[in-house]
Design a protein around this ligand. Structure first.
Ligand SMILES: Nc1nc2c(ncn2[C@@H]2O[C@H](COP(=O)(O)OP(=O)(O)OP(=O)(O)O)[C@@H](O)[C@H]2O)c(=O)[nH]1
Length: 296
């Protein structure tokens, strides 16, 4: 029989006595439960190493605490339980615990007109920390949308007016001729540029809920022209109309989102960034906005 015990390097004393802010593992694969969906996720799990004389933390204890996440729906209460287990298993070593979860939330989205629907994915990170006995949960969500430049639209309209002046100078207007002109590329000579745009939300939560779907729905409603999934021509035409009625600079998008997020009781603070990946030039138009709820 082999009576050797396994060496435990983590239990040794550190050669340089120095506390560390974050020690743990990044990119752990695990399934999580959100809104009844089981999603593939990766987790970064860590603790502070406040005992500077200890050689290392116990990675396996953090890893095993993550088991709770594949059995119960993701809520702030569950995140707190996991973080508390991180600390309980590192008594005397760690005062602060951290967990980041990255996933892609899949939501089914109906087409604008046709009876079709398709899936849309939203990159989501949930970040929880138990620091100085204070618990915080933050969400990061990216939402893609379409934006059409209001300046470009006005300039295009002016060109169309000029073309109308040129084409119908000294010609008595006939309804039929004007209708044909309106439907021709020779009449509607200019179109405004649109761009696929992105709203990056960083939200600090308060309360018991993790309102991911509700938050995304509110953001898409505020922006008005969400990126579509299944599209037939009727849907594309409805999308063209929606964009024409929803011209926006990046400043407009940021202001709309600011107002929409402030209305959510689940949000304590936010930092939002909208990025319009311009087709006019090779750089982006960007606006940011921050807000913190006044204490009640
Ligand atoms: N602390 C630390 N552990 C590491 C690192 N890289 C790999 N590990 C391994 O993580 C494994 C798990 O460590 P522990 O949680 O301390 O394992 P254990 O001693 O069997 O578990 P406990 O009895 O609960 O302490 C060990 O085999 C370590 O070698 C590292 O950079 N730091």
């Amino acid at each position: 029989m082999n009576a050797l015990t396994l060496p435990d390097i983590a239990a040794q004393a550190s050669r340089q006595a120095l506390p560390l802010d974050w020690v743990g593992m990044c990119g752990i694969a695990l399934p999580i439960l959100i809104d009844g969906q089981r999603l593939a996720a990766t987790a970064d799990a860590g603790v502070s190493l406040d005992d500077g004389t200890a050689r290392g933390i116990h990675m396996s204890r953090l890893y095993l605490a993550l088991e709770m996440l594949d059995q119960q729906p993701l809520t702030p209460a569950l995140l707190l339980n996991v973080l508390q287990r991180f600390l309980d298993s590192h008594e005397g070593l760690s005062n602060n615990a951290y967990l980041r979860i990255h996933t892609d939330l899949l939501l089914k989205r109906a087409a604008l007109v046709s009876p079709l629907a398709g899936w849309k994915s939203y990159p989501v990170s949930v970040e929880a920390r138990l620091e100085n006995q204070m618990f915080h949960v933050e969400l990061k969500i990216d939402v893609a949308y379409s934006s059409t430049c209001p300046c470009s639209a006005a300039l295009a309209r002016q060109l169309i007016q000029q073309q109308f002046i040129d084409d119908f100078a000294n010609i008595p207007l006939q309804h039929e001729d004007v209708l044909t002109w309106l439907g021709s590329a020779g009449g509607i000579v200019a179109t405004p540029h649109s761009q696929r745009s992105s709203a990056q939300l960083h939200v600090q939560l308060q309360g018991e809920l993790l309102p991911l779907t509700e938050l995304i729905d509110n953001v898409e409603a505020a922006l008005g022209t969400a990126v579509q999934t299944a599209v037939k021509r009727a849907d594309e035409q409805a999308f063209a109309l929606a964009n024409g009625q929803n011209l926006m600079f990046c400043e407009d998008a940021a202001r709309r989102l600011n107002l929409a997020l402030k209305r959510s009781d689940a949000i304590k603070a936010f930092h939002l960034k909208v990025i319009h990946a311009e087709s006019l030039h090779a750089h982006d138009a960007v606006a940011e906005s921050r807000w913190t709820r006044n204490p009640a």
